[in-house]
Design a binder for this molecule. Structure first.
Ligand SMILES: C[S@@+](CC[C@H](N)C(=O)[O-])C[C@H]1O[C@@H](n2cnc3c(N)ncnc32)[C@H](O)[C@@H]1O
Length: 185
């Protein structure tokens, strides 16, 4: 079944994405340190409740910015709540996407898609827009889950991305997960 409701992680399940124990398995700073530098503009697409958002904000520093974007307003509200008491709030912009467009026009240095691409029905449209947003030297980091997404389905995603002017430059190691770092052609 591939209707929107079954594909998209509901806001009611967002607590499981924000567990403290997850930091032990998927430490945001360790995963992202090789790619995110101070001053960068980062797009975190499908940010969910913001498990990675505040670490990214810290890494880009006061001269950079993270745009935390999601389809579901409820996910963005989770982040908005956490922002209230955070000294990093000035570095975070919340943005609501629609099903068919990200809907921003900024120049982006790094686009992070963690456990998100398999939820998108029109991947060609997604990668087309991503390619347009990305700076010439920018990169895209895709991570997909171990069991939920097969290797075949992952390689099909990458093929679609390649068809939209992107190329794989690295397959970063992240225990059990499927990953690809891409750049423009
Ligand atoms: C499984 S959650 C992962 C959240 C977060 N990246 C994490 O790892 O904690 C996937 C998120 O992608 C969002 N999403 C799905 N399709 C989207 C789209 N077309 N545009 C923006 N966000 C989308 C969902 O609303 C959900 O919050």
């Amino acid at each position: 079944m591939d209707n929107k409701k079954s594909r998209i992680c509901p806001v009611e399940h967002s607590g499981s994405l924000d567990l403290k124990i997850r930091r032990w398995m998927q430490n945001p700073q360790k995963i992202l340190a090789p790619y995110i530098k101070e001053g960068m503009t980062v797009l975190e697409l499908g940010c969910g409740p913001g498990f990675f958002t505040f670490d990214i904000a810290q890494m880009v520093g006061t001269s950079g910015r993270v745009i935390a974007a999601d389809l579901q307003q409820g996910m963005l509200e989770k982040i908005r709540l956490k922002m209230k008491n955070s000294e990093l709030k000035g570095q975070i912009t919340l943005h609501r996407c629609t099903e068919n467009t990200i809907g921003i026009s900024d120049n982006i240095d790094f686009i992070f898609l963690f456990y998100m691409v398999h939820e998108v029905s029109d991947k060609k449209l997604l990668f087309n827009e991503i390619e347009l947003l990305l700076n010439e030297n920018g990169s895209i980091f895709i991570v997909e889950p171990p069991f939920h997404v097969s290797q075949k389905a992952f390689e099909e995603m990458i093929c679609i991305a390649e068809g939209e002017g992107l190329r794989v430059v690295e397959r970063p190691k992240l225990f059990l997960n499927k990953t690809a770092l891409l750049k423009k052609h």
